[in-house]
Design a protein around this ligand. Structure first.
Ligand SMILES: *Cc1c(COP(=O)(O)O)cnc(C)c1O
Length: 457
């Protein structure tokens, strides 16, 4: 049986009642987590890994409590999912009410109102004031695949263009669209056809320097489409306005708007994969807004339903209406409990002014990171938008990716009560995605631990 620390659990019912503090009462991992790890080894495949060796018991506000009663500062939000906080009040209340009413009918069989309310809200808050429609799915990968299906149906063209360092999910087409081979693709081929890859305008690592990045990346992108694929073969270009798993790469200024203009001129649909960057994370509803980008289709998922599985494709009505009747859907897609949770997320963002809070959290994190960077040679670049901020670690004196430092810093943080995430094609980026319900006090305490972690390198 699990060694749950019941004393810790008693203070941990529902997010907001959790004591908001960093507190270690055992070593990390504690005996309860170690016991669960043994059961895991006997029951789960070896390759199914977790970044942290602790087992969760409760979470809310800015902390995650483990089964041993240790309280960790959460700087990852379960990978940008619990943006409004874990078990946030409005999410719990609305989901619980829906859960007691009915759990499933299958929207394809018998529809229900919360699905419509989520679609109406997404149609309103996504960029652009054109006529829009929204379809709901379960996961980011599933929604990305469906965005491609809509684009192909609307254009009658086969090809999909994606970028270096992109991540779009783990299903067959989404995995093909994902850039990084280890661990996402290696050994899992053959891959889906008609997926082409262009360089990303990644200023920090652009060979001829950041000042040439946007123009040269654009030139290579245009050449790929016009002279290698043929523009009339391309259904869509799929891009993350800020690349998530790729290491919070913010494309060089002007690149995304040039891509959008190029696509418009050639009847190619622009799909923004905002699975990680969307839903208030960057201080706007969608990261596309920072570049004045109005995508034809926009994919949201992670932050959408506070942790319940829900994803969406929102797009131009004429594109979305082009898919054949009955061609799109899924048994669980737009589950009513997940829809109710999403309405709770929208309520939390609006009532607590979380767009503004995301910007304030971002400013604080960048300030702390700059301060840390001034005392270490391993932070090559600090970048991001709003509460989506990363530090790219390098070998001092150059730009060689420093994955070892990222791993060491992550371990030090975790062993001292702070949960962080890494990212990047070379695993050398530390990314910070705290829940927007976190207090300044916890953030500053968490970055203090980070400072110590860099000092011990
Ligand atoms: C996480 C992610 C996905 C995949 O979402 P899943 O829900 O894991 O399938 C797709 N695109 C981006 C940008 C992501 O960050």
């Amino acid at each position: 049986m699990t060694a749950l620390n019941t004393a810790a659990l008693n203070t941990a019912i529902g997010g907001p009642t959790l004591r908001q503090e960093r507190r270690l009462v055992t070593e990390v991992p504690g005996p309860g987590s170690v016991e669960l790890a043994a059961r895991r080894a006997a029951a789960l495949p070896a390759g199914l890994v977790s970044g942290n060796p602790i087992y969760a018991a409760a979470a809310g506000g800015g902390v995650l409590l483990d089964v041993d009663g240790n309280s960790f500062i959460d700087l990852g939000s379960g990978i940008a999912v619990t943006t409004v906080g874990n078990a946030a009040d409005a999410v719990v209340a609305r989901a619980a009410e829906q859960l007691a009413r009915f759990t499933h009918t299958c929207f394809l069989a018998t529809p229900y109102e919360p699905y419509l309310a989520v679609a109406e809200t997404l149609n309103r808050i996504t960029p652009g004031d054109h006529e829009k429609r929204t379809a709901l799915f379960n996961t980011g990968a599933e929604a990305v695949e469906n965005a491609v299906k809509y684009a192909r149906a609307a254009t009658g063209r086969p090809a999909v263009v994606v970028f270096d360092h992109s991540f779009h999910g783990r299903t067959m087409l989404a995995m093909t669209m994902t850039s990084k081979t280890q661990p996402y693709k290696h050994g899992f081929g053959p891959f889906a056809p008609e997926v082409y890859r262009a360089p990303m305008a990644y200023p920090y690592r652009w060979p001829s320097g950041p000042q040439h990045c946007a123009a040269e990346a654009m030139q290579q992108f245009a050449q790929l489409i016009d002279s290698q694929i043929g523009a009339d073969q391309v259904a869509c270009v799929v891009v993350e306005p800020i690349q998530g798993e790729g290491g919070f790469i913010v494309p060089a200024p002007g690149f995304l708007t040039s891509v959008a203009e190029f696509c418009r001129e050639r009847g190619i649909l622009l799909v923004a994969d905002e699975v990680q960057s969307g839903i208030a994370r960057t201080g706007t509803w969608f990261a596309s807004e920072h570049d004045g980008l109005v995508p034809d289709l926009i994919v949201s998922a992670k932050g959408l339903a506070g942790g319940l599985p829900l994803a969406a494709v929102t797009g131009r009505a004429e594109v979305m209406d082009a898919a054949p009747t009955g061609g799109i859907g899924g048994t669980y897609s737009g589950n009513p409990v997940a829809c109710a949770a999403a309405l709770g997320v929208f309520e939390e963002i609006e009532t607590h002014n979380l767009l503004e809070r995301a910007r304030a959290i971002g400013d604080l994190m960048v300030r702390e990171l700059r301060d840390i960077a001034s005392a270490t040679g391993v932070i090559g670049e600090i970048r991001g938008r709003g509460a989506m901020v990363a530090a790219e670690l390098v070998v001092p004196g150059g730009r060689a990716p420093n994955r070892d430092a990222a791993v060491a810093v992550g371990h030090h943080c975790r062993n001292n009560g702070v949960l962080t995430l890494s990212a990047g094609t070379h695993g050398n980026v530390l990314r910070f995605l705290p829940p927007l319900s976190i207090s300044d006090y916890l953030l500053i305490d968490g970055f203090g631990v980070l400072r110590d972690a860099f000092a011990t390198l």
